[in-house]
Structures are given as C-alpha cells and as structure tokens.
Write a protein that binds this ligand. Structure first.
Ligand code: DGJ
Length: 742
C-alpha cells in the first residue's frame, strides 16, 4: 500500500515518506521487533536483512541462548521492554499483581490500512485515505497478557512519521502502567549534536545545542503543562549541521502535559531516543479488558539541514494537525487591552480604544483579564465567569454591539482551569481546587488549579463560559492558564489511581477545548499560558494560534520567535506590537521594528491606542495594510532561517518564500548599533535560479507600501552571492524586503 509495505520473505516493514525510509524487522522465532533503519529514502532495500546484525555475537537467543542477556542489551528495538535484560532506557514498565515490573513485548500480528484513526480523547495528526497510510503492529507480553499496538503513519506530502502506542490488558488481573513512552528509536551514534528548546517566563523556546555525550540527555516537564522551561522536542544532528545541509532527526510530542524526551548513548555508542508522558508521577491502572492510549510523537528526518526539518513540520501541522476554520484565513488584526490598561478599564475605556483602533484599520477588540466577578486585580474572582457590570456598565452585549457597530469583531479572555481563593466558586466548592490532605496548597499569582479531571468541574466551568459567550457576539476567545500544577491530588479517585491525575487533567482540558469549539464552530480560539507555557503541537489541534510569550519586546522576541518558528508555522505564533519602554524589559525600540517583528506572526497590538503618538498611529495604518498585503504569503509560505541575532550578535534574518518561488519576503532586523559597519550580502534560498526578481522595500509609510529599489537580480545571484543588506541608522533598525519575480 502507498508508503508502507510488508516484505514477507525478509519479515521487514518498509515505511516510505517522499524522502525518507524507516525499516522495522521481526527477528528470531520469538518475534523480537527490531529497528533496522531510519534515514534517507532507500530506492532499493536489497540486502537490508544484514542490518539485523544477527551474524555477529551475541547472536539471537535462538542461536545462542547462553548470551540472551547480551542480545537484549544490544538489540536495536522498536519498543524497549523493562527488567529482562535491556539495560538501556525502557519504553514501558508495568506493575503486575505480584508487584513485579518486568515487561517484554513480542510481535503477534500487523495491519496496514489507508488513512489514520483518531486517538481517543487526544490531539493527533490526521489525513484522508489518499494522504496517509498506517501500520499497526500488535505485540504482546505473553506472561502479563498485555498487548501493545505500535502505530506508524506516513504522509504522502511531508516527511514526518506519526507514532503512537496503545495498550490493552488482555489478562484477568489488573495491571499498572508505570511508564508508557510513545516512541523509542535505536540507532548508532554518529557523533550527534542534540538540539533542545529551553526557557522561562518571557524567555520561551530558546534554541540550545549540546554535544551528545555518553549517558543521557533529557528534557522533561513535571509542571502539568508542556512548560516554558523545556519543550517536548529533541533533535539529533550530524556535526556538520547547518540550516541547509547535514542530517537531523527531530522528535516532537503532540501533548500538553508532563513529558520526557531523552537521548541516551550506550556502551557500544548506540543512541536510544524515547519520548512520552513523563513516567514520574504517572501510573495508570488497567483493569482486565481496559486500554490506554499514549499520545502521539512526530518523527522527522532531514538530510538537507534544519530548514528542511522545519518546513516539513510546518507542512505537517498546517495540513494534518490544525483543524480551525481560520487555518488558511487571515486572522483579524486585533487590539488587546492587556498591556494598555491591565485591570484598570471599564466599557468607556474599551470603547475609546476600539474607536481609535477601528479608525486605523484594526479589526477586532480583545478584552483581556479583568472583566468578570470582582476581578479588580489578580488576587480574586477566577471561576466567577459572569460579567462585572460595575466595569462594563450595560453588560457585555451592549459593549459588543457597540464594538460591532464600529465595524470591529469582539474577543475575550478566560482562564477556565483556575480558581481564586477569593471567589464565589471557591467558597461554594473549596474541594474543586487541587490540594493534598493536611497540606496548605501552594498559590501562584494567588490562584489554585481546578481539578478538571472531574466531570462536574468541567461541566460547571463550561456552562458558565458558554452562557457568557452565547450572550453576545463573541468571535474570539483567548484561553489562558497562568500557573503550573502542584499539590495534585484527586479526591474523586481511589489511591491506586492517584498516578492518573496529571494525565486525566490534560485529557479534561482537551475535552473542554473540544466542547468549546464544537459549541462555537466559527470561534477563533487562541491558546495561551502565562505567555507560552503551553505552546505545543497538542494545543494546535484545538486552536490555530497560540500566544507566544508575554515578552512583547521585539528584540527579545527574535530568539523566541526563532525557536518557535523552528517547529511551528508562523500562522500559529501570536505576536503583538506594544509600547516602549517595553513592559518586560524597559527597552526602547523603533515602532517600525516592533511592527516588522510582529508581522511575522498572527499580528496585532497590545497597547492603549488612545495614547499613541500621531506618527506611530500613522505607522499602525501602514502596518495593518502591510499585514493585509503579505499575510497570505507569511501564513502559507515556506520559511527559511537565514541568520540569527542570537548567534551572530549582529542581525537577524529570515525569509518566507511562495511555493512556486514567485515572491519572497526577507525580514532583516539589526541588534545594537556599532560604528563603522559595512553593508553585507545575505544569501537567499528557495528562489528560481534563472528568474529575475525585482527588489522592493516593504514600507508602511509608502502609499503603495512598496518602495522600488530599482534593482532587478537573478535568483542565482541572490541565492549564491546574496542580497545587499544596507546598514541602518540607530539601534534595532529593521527592514522587510519584498522580491517579486519579473
Ligand atoms: C498571561 C497572558 O499571557 C497575558 O497575555 C495576559 O492575558 C495575562 N495572563 C492576563 O492575566
């Protein structure tokens, strides 16, 4: 079948994407499931049997039972067991009725089918029968009677492979899954470098490279969310890796809670990568007959450098993960009042901002935190999702109608997963907040976390949200989540199921988002978590865009947007223009640069438009026009990272190219000014070599938005010699260049 074949004589599964091949083999009479190959596409797999390495000691146990242990400890497996001889990282650990935790899985059967089944209760990639083929290999531990179904989907239009695992307890006794990784990949080390994304509040997803040494390199979260600190992503790359060349294996987890991603180098210099739900604080009880679905992991191999990995992930997420009707549409340019007013607003203030903004072409007003209960500051009212009519006199509908009357859409903020100690909800249901018996739960930003693993909690919150959303023409929701989980205890669950709560919480949150978008199918949902603490592929299944970071400083954002764009399409990246001195850093940057950086994301403003200087307001008008002129290209185009301020301390540069090479935008942003600098040539990518391109500057001040430089250059010159980047005057200058094929 397209993309996947079973070579019965060799007992090998061959999975092909447009440019990669993945081989799995069944080995020995017992049916060990071995990993044979993952890399560049093999047009012929003749001789692949030798990849089994069976002719070298310690041989398979069929041939050499004396060294079974050595076999298990070196065998490259598709899914590592636990406790019976493979001492590298296990993929699974199961506590049985005797308290033992050994597991070993053997091949039983397989199925290959067109399309891809949904993962119950979980976000996952999808595709039609023409686009995707799936292989499901059923394995079993004959002693535990535990079945594991390893699922692999290959796509016709991207090089990504989606993997997941589901389990079924086919025995008579309860089992406890203590670890259930979503993927495992063994291969020989090739002097790999490891890439990860790390951060903090306001500093999310900074790219970091390390040499992969012996031992383990791991990134993980135990915060109940994918987190600002570490990202559910790892990549292993050859030492010569650049944006354009070298090999890279990327692994990205479609999940929004505790995770573990680890690369381990063994005594024989092989590497094992595992990725899945963090086994710490995880234990899932499987009664006889029950099942468990582990989330999906995405694998991508590129032998054409990092850009190719990035482009494949962008394509996968745009074509096979994001479901929103807004995916391929321009999002309304929004003005959010958060940095403009914080909690200090009423309907008059919001309308003033809206009026001023509408006159400049802004299309939607988003009312952020502070509109509900007695929310005059962040110490109270989360959970009391009813409009504060002291602030919004006349109520929500009156406000929204007036905003609509200005020709603008209206959006609003919620933080559905949280509860304030000082709230009517808490007074009515103190036991709905996570708390451990006899311990005072930790507050963060004065708030507690609701136990949304409980159905009645989810129902109550959604009912309140829906009532508000049905009461007026609300077309956008920002779903925020401003703290990590702690003091996690589930009063609805028995003690041997307490290890399920973190995951049940995530499932509960997914279910709430699903119900929200089902109730309001045309809603534009933007996820957010204290900035970007839950910016992960899982959330993209529900919302086409995610607020990237609370750091609206354009220059600080360059590294954040660079790390984010390495994995996510620009159409997913919430980015706004705010005032200076910036509220997160105190830095002052040109208004034009703030616009240029935000244009590379979903684009909007986060300030009090009534206080903006007239010359900046003029720029707003031009920036909005630029957004309309170029957003189709930015949203759908092919992204290339050209230079990084983070690395060169001089300038940042990236390019977005149309798929046919007919037009391109080059974003160029300088760091701090230094004297006596010369212009430089930046090589471009993705153009048509023999075509000629007219070079313009995209300028919000220009009536037609484009300033023709008069230069016409061939794609070959631009890609090999480069485009001239003139030095700009002052700190943090920037330019967007527009190239159009003649
Ligand atoms: C954190 C978000 O990231 C901000 O944009 C803002 O919505 C605040 N929360 C409001 O409390």
């Amino acid at each position: 079948m397209m993309g996947i074949a079973y070579l019965a004589a060799e007992r090998v599964f061959q999975l092909d994407t447009p440019n990669t091949t993945y081989l799995i083999g069944i080995v020995g009479t017992e049916g060990f499931l071995g990993h044979l190959y993952y890399g560049k596409k093999l047009n012929s797999v003749q001789g692949a049997e030798s990849l089994f390495r069976l002719e070298e000691p310690p041989y398979t146990p069929d041939t050499n039972a004396r060294e079974r242990l050595d076999f298990l400890d070196t065998f490259p497996t598709e899914y590592s067991g636990h406790g019976v001889g493979d001492f590298r990282e296990s993929s699974i650990r199961v506590k049985d009725k005797n308290g033992h935790s050994a597991v070993q899985l053997f091949y039983v059967s397989h199925e290959i089918y067109r399309g891809k089944r949904a993962l119950e209760g979980l976000p996952a990639t999808f595709g039609s029968e023409d686009q995707v083929t799936t292989l499901v290999i059923t394995c079993e531990d004959p002693v535990l009677k535990l079945r594991a179904r390893l699922s692999y989907s290959v796509f016709q239009d991207t090089d990504c492979i989606a993997r997941s695992v589901s389990f079924e307890n086919a025995g008579d006794d309860a089992l406890y899954l203590e670890k259930a990784m979503s993927m495992c990949l063994d291969m020989d080390n090739r002097d790999f470098q490891v890439c990860s994304l790390h951060g903090s509040w306001g500093r999310e997803r900074h790219i970091e490279w390390n040499r992969l040494g012996r031992g383990s390199f791991r990134v993980a979260s135990l915060r109940g969310e994918s987190s600002q600190q570490e990202h559910p992503f790892l990549a292993l790359a050859s030492p010569d890796i650049t944006q354009e060349q070298g090999e890279v294996y990327g692994f990205h987890f479609v999940y929004s809670g505790n995770f573990l991603a680890q690369a381990q180098v063994s005594q024989f210099d092989s590497v094992r990568v595992v990725m899945g739900i963090n086994p710490e604080d995880f234990c899932w009880k499987l009664e006889a007959g029950e099942g468990f679905q582990a989330p999906e992991a995405i694998l991508i191999y590129s032998c054409r450098g990092l850009d190719f990995m990035t482009q494949n992930l962008h394509d996968l997420y745009r074509s096979h993960l994001i479901r929103s009707p807004y995916l391929h549409r321009k999002r309304p340019v929004l003005i959010n009042n958060w940095e403009g007013t914080y909690f200090d607003f009423d309907e008059k203030k919001l309308l003033e901002i809206a009026k001023e903004s509408a006159a400049l072409g802004i299309e939607m007003l988003v009312m952020d935190d502070g509109w509900f209960g007695n929310r005059f500051d962040d110490a109270r009212a989360l959970g009391d999702w009813r409009v504060n009519e002291e602030k919004l006199k006349g109520g929500l509908k009156a406000l929204v109608d007036q905003v609509n009357g200005l020709g603008m859409k209206f959006g609003m903020w919620f933080e559905p997963e949280m509860i304030s100690g000082d709230s009517d909800l808490y007074r009515a249901h103190p036991d709905w907040a996570f708390a451990l018996p006899d311990r005072e739960p930790c507050r963060h930003r004065n708030q507690y976390v609701l136990d949304i693993s409980r159905r009645e909690v989810r129902d109550c919150i959604l009912e309140r949200m829906f009532a508000v959303l049905h009461s007026a023409n609300v077309e956008y929701v920002k779903w925020d989540m401003n703290r990590s989980l702690s003091d996690v205890a589930g009063i609805g669950l028995p003690k041997d199921r307490q290890g399920e709560i973190y995951h049940r919480y995530v499932l509960g949150m997914y279910e709430m988002q699903e119900r929200l978008i089902a109730e309001f199918p045309d809603l534009l949902l933007e996820n957010c978590s204290a900035g970007g603490a839950r910016f992960d592929p899982g959330m993209l299944y529900y919302s086409p865009q995610i607020w990237c970071t609370d750091d609206t400083d354009a220059i600080e954002r360059l590294a954040i947007q660079e790390g984010t764009a390495m994995l996510y399409p620009l159409s997913a990246m919430g980015a706004h223009v705010s005032v200076c001195p910036n509220h997160a850093t105190g830095r002052v940057t040109p208004f034009a640069t703030r616009g240029n950086v935000a244009l590379a994301g979903t684009f909007g403003y986060e300030l009090d438009m009534t206080k903006l200087k007239p010359e900046d307001k003029e720029l707003v008008r031009g920036q909005v026009a630029l957004y309309h002129r170029f957003n189709d290209l930015i949203r759908e185009g092919v992204y290339h990272r050209l230079a990084s301020l983070r690395e060169n301390h001089d300038y940042d540069c990236f390019q977005i190219c149309s798929r046919d090479g007919g037009e391109a935008l080059v974003f160029y942003i300088e760091g701090m000014k230094r004297p006596n600098q010369r212009s430089r040539f930046q090589r471009l990518r993705g153009l048509e070599g023999e075509a000629l391109y007219r070079i313009c500057v995209a300028d919000p001040k220009e009536a037609g938005l484009l300033q023709d430089t008069g230069n016409i250059m061939s794609g070959d010159v631009l890609m090999n010699a480069g485009i001239k980047l003139e030095r700009l005057w002052g700190d943090f200058g920037s330019r967007i260049l527009y190239l159009k094929r003649e």
